[in-house]
Ligand binder design. Structure first.
Ligand code: PMV
Length: 368
């Protein structure tokens, strides 16, 4: 039976506990190795994806809530949204759109005054997608509110599954951020628990220790806003003549990736990661209209990575999101060598560049 989270019983006249309070969650971004690109229906993926959750690129969000003052009309949302302590109308619209999709799942959000405060630990406008961390932090807060007020989400597994489902409605890739480590989203025959409606974490036995301390250093090539929003990008897949082959490629890559994660095959992992990254960009270049999302510096860095790998024999790889920034992927055991290469070879070759050092992480943390 299809999972259905609509619940008209979650109204304040059914509350078991206090109906005012504050909840806070910090939630990480994630980096996909097998990319989600192409969607249908209610933010459902055209292909399975697999990512790792990051550790330092976080959104920190709190929601204060109190019942609406008697006599005020009780329709619609009453939401104040602050980004870095300032009211932010643009972000607020996006959050309102997200919350208004949740009215049947969390009817109580329309009975409360809500004040949301949010900030990112990574620099603002660094070109890092904050929707995964931002939407998952909001989803974790809403699920905690449900548990605090109604006591209906006490089971940690049910809590996370619902938080992942809710995050997906905010931003597809956000559904993977609620879990630690390596996380899959989208049905696949080789991973029976995997689903389109929510993400699932891989078991520890499915991940070789070499991947349990993997690095992702993010080289910030451009801080500007994205050239194409991801919703436009996903939409362009509908007319892309390579789409069906791409979805097949992702399913095959997903199988291969599961296998090399278990075996500890870092080279195969890296090859898949790079092929996926360049495929994502190739898909954008073959869309109508076409888009080039890399900058000359992105290509220069990729060439430097490849030549370092060839000359040193070390397993340093890259991936990309739908933008020009380069994510350096490598196992912890070569961290010292990579650091030297960054300082002594890459920086002199391409000039000073901002680097956000990140690693595979343990998932969201509640702080209030
Ligand atoms: O979650 P969205 O709709 O912003 O899509 C993100 C898609 C990629 O970041 C390019 C790939 C992925 O799987 O995260």
């Amino acid at each position: 039976m299809e999972l259905d989270y609509r619940n008209p019983g979650l109204r304040l006249d059914q509350a078991k506990n206090a109906t005012s309070g504050q909840i806070g969650w910090e939630s990480p971004s994630n980096i996909a190795i097998i990319k989600y690109w192409g969607k249908y229906g209610d933010q459902l993926p055209r292909n399975p994806s697999l990512s790792f959750t990051l550790s330092n690129s976080l959104t920190r969000t709190s929601i204060s809530y109190a019942p609406r003052i008697k006599g005020e009309p009780k329709t619609g949302l009453n939401l104040k949204f602050y980004f870095e302590n300032k009211l932010n109308p643009d972000f607020s619209k996006r959050v309102e759109k997200f919350f208004s999709r949740l009215k049947d799942i969390f009817p109580f959000i329309e009975e409360l005054d809500l004040e949301v405060h949010t900030e990112n630990t990574f620099p603002h406008s660094s070109g890092i997608a904050s929707s995964a961390s931002g939407m998952s932090a909001l989803a974790m807060c809403l699920c905690s509110m449900e548990q605090e007020i109604f006591g209906t989400l006490a089971d940690p597994e049910e809590f996370l599954q619902k938080a992942s489902y809710i995050s997906r409605l905010g931003s597809g890739s956000a559904c993977r951020s609620v879990y630690p480590g390596l996380v899959a989203w989208g049905k696949h025959q080789d991973l029976p628990p995997a689903a389109d409606l929510y993400a699932v974490p891989l078991e520890e036995t499915q991940i070789h220790p070499v991947f349990q301390s993997f690095h992702d250093d993010i080289l910030i090539v451009s801080r500007g806003a994205k050239k194409v929003s991801s919703s436009v990008g996903h939409g362009l897949m509908d007319g892309n003549i390579y789409a069906e082959n791409r979805y097949e490629q992702a399913r095959r890559g997903f199988s291969e990736l599961l296998e090399c994660l278990q075996k500890g095959d870092v080279r195969e992992f890296g090859e898949i990661a790079e092929s996926e990254a360049l495929t994502l960009h190739a898909l954008m270049m073959t869309s109508r209209p076409p888009f080039i999302l890399m900058e000359p510096e992105s290509l220069a860095i990729i060439q430097q990575i490849q030549s370092y790998r060839e000359s040193s024999g070390l397993p340093l790889y890259f991936t990309l999101d739908a933008g020009p920034n380069i994510h350096l992927l490598y196992p912890d055991e070569i961290a010292a060598e990579v650091d030297t290469w960054l300082r002594e070879t890459l920086q002199p070759a391409i000039g000073s560049i901002q680097i956000i050092r990140d690693k595979i992480g343990t998932g969201p943390q509640r702080f209030a």
